[in-house]
Design a protein around this ligand. Structure first.
Ligand code: FAD
Length: 470
């Protein structure tokens, strides 16, 4: 039996693909229809257009990744996604006609389904999994059992202790650990913390992508996609000033990180920021789901930047293997090196699908992650101090590990977490992220240090973490 934790796009695509290849699988998820995948809006990047190629997709990804992508992983995903898309279509999923263009992509290559691509495709796979009779269990992973660097089982909240030789973690990222976020509450870094404690290598934890335009509907975060900005919307502060051109010559079309910092700066100056959606023509036709909210909330909405995508995680190779035998990690919980220091829009759902759908090719012949590259690892000791609430962690991370960071704030934060209870997943993952951000004394990709505003480390230099055994 192969146990898959997480029922987002990564977990479900792996489950269906393994099941169709004749393997017995059980999917265990703390919320069966939960995870970022159901909230994803824009789409999936794939070089399927006539004038496009995997080479162009690769080159765009490397550019945005800012010197830290693992070229092997980028090459793998940009090539494979084209086949994987046709596999998902063979399973019965249909994308809408036409490809969309998103920031950072040199060609139209975003496959989509209405303005709720993530919900559409993940719900489709969830229904397919049910139809195929795949065992879906609502339960929470608490711990992995590992002996001599090999998985031997796991423990869940309701089910108790199980023996297992093959475990796939697809438990998503940790964006919810920031006060302002576009993420659902399932995303608190469980898988990363649980694997780390057993000796899994974790990397790139300092890189957290913030999205500039998040709003709230019915008390829940709602992402206003990049596509809206492409359609000519404008951002205003409460004085009615269109401030974006003070920060970047492209105004509202500036890169995500620049715009996030600009909006953050407006709030720091005491101004609320609004998005004005009225310039968009045929709103109902183009954004049918959003238009339902607009009818209630109007076309001028308050926006704020929020933690959106966590790049770091459990280090894997292109086969989805970690350094613990029998332990696989796929999707946002993992760090395959695809995104480098910054994620190209719509590449994460592509990564979910490639690593998920292709898993059967590797599941019977373990190679394992080579740890040769990770010569310089930072050891982290697990302590058991005072416990912190999620609200406290969210506040700390937003203030000191947020859009603009500095050494003083990060040192403070690391001390707070080092003296806290590291048996708690959210605290442990926050410590790894804060420590990475403190150690990386430069600005690169999503990581912006006001005390080190330039890129100064050699390209490819990565921070790896491993648990201390002393
Ligand atoms: C609002 C929003 C919009 C986005 N738009 C796009 C987009 O247009 N294109 C794109 O490429 N990316 C987008 N992203 C990013 C993308 O959605 C995610 O990176 C991707 O969906 C992650 O998929 P996943 O399967 O790895 O994890 P998730 O979909 O987050 O699923 C994680 C699963 O793990 C389960 N889980 C967590 N902890 C445990 C535990 N301890 N035990 C058991 N189960 C557990 C959860 O219940 C959940 O089912 C967006 C993200 C957000 C938040």
């Amino acid at each position: 039996m192969i146990y898959i934790f997480g029922s987002g796009l990564a977990g479900l695509s792996a489950a269906i693909s393994l099941h169709k290849s004749g393997y017995k699988v059980t999917v265990i998820s703390k919320k069966i229809d939960g995870g970022s995948s159901y909230w994803a809006k824009g789409g999936i990047a794939a070089a399927v257009g006539n004038e496009d190629s995997p080479e162009l997709h690769l080159s765009d990804t490397l550019k945005v990744g800012d010197g830290l992508c693992d070229v092997k992983s980028v090459d793998y995903v940009t090539r494979e996604i084209r086949y994987v898309i046709s596999t998902v279509e063979k399973w019965g999923f249909r994308f809408d006609e036409g490809l969309r263009l998103e920031g950072g992509h040199s060609k139209r290559r975003i496959l989509h389904k209405t303005d709720e691509t993530g919900r559409e495709i993940t719900s489709f796979l969830l229904n397919l999994a049910k139809k195929e009779g795949i065992n879906l269990v609502e339960d929470k992973l608490l711990a992995l059992k590992v002996k001599d660097c090999e998985v031997v089982g796991f423990v869940t909240e309701k089910g108790g202790s199980f023996d297992a030789e093959k475990v796939v973690l697809a438990t998503g990222g940790y964006g919810y650990l920031f006060k302002f976020t576009s993420n659902p509450s399932t995303n608190v870094g469980d898988g990363i913390a649980i694997a780390f404690r057993t000796g899994a290598l974790v990397s790139d934890m300092e890189f957290v992508q913030f999205h500039p335009t998040v709003t709230t509907f019915d008390g829940k975060a709602y992402l206003l996609t990049e596509t809206l900005r492409g359609e000519g919307v404008i951002l205003l502060n409460e004085k009615g000033e269109r401030f974006t051109f003070n920060y970047h010559s492209k105004g509202e079309l500036a890169p995500r990180d620049v715009l996030s910092r600009a909006i953050y700066d407006q709030y720091k100056k005491g101004y609320i920021v609004y998005i004005d959606l009225s310039p968009i023509e045929d709103f109902d036709g183009k954004f049918p789901v959003l238009s339902k909210y607009i009818k209630r909330y109007g076309k001028k909405l308050q926006v704020f930047p929020g933690a959106h995508y966590t790049i770091g995680g459990i280090r894997i190779n292109v086969r989805g293997e970690t350094n613990i035998k029998g332990l696989y990690a796929i999707g946002e919980v993992s760090d395959s090196g695809l995104h480098g220091a910054n994620r190209l829009a719509s590449n994460s759902l592509a990564e979910d699908l490639v690593y998920g759908v292709n898993l059967p090719m590797y599941i019977d012949n373990w190679e394992g992650l080579s740890v040769d590259d990770a010569k310089e690892t930072v050891e982290v000791k697990l302590s058991g101090g005072n416990s912190l609430s999620l609200d406290e962690i969210g506040e700390y991370n937003w203030n000191y590990l947020g859009i603009v960071r500095n050494g003083e704030g990060l040192s403070k934060l690391v001390k707070v977490y080092e003296s806290a209870d590291l048996n708690d997943n959210a605290t442990l993952v926050s410590l790894l992220s804060a420590k990475g951000a403190l150690l990386r004394t430069e600005s690169r990709g999503t990581h912006y240090r006001e005390d080190y505003p330039n890129k100064s480390w050699e390209d490819g230099k990565r921070i790896y973490f491993v648990v201390s055994r002393n």
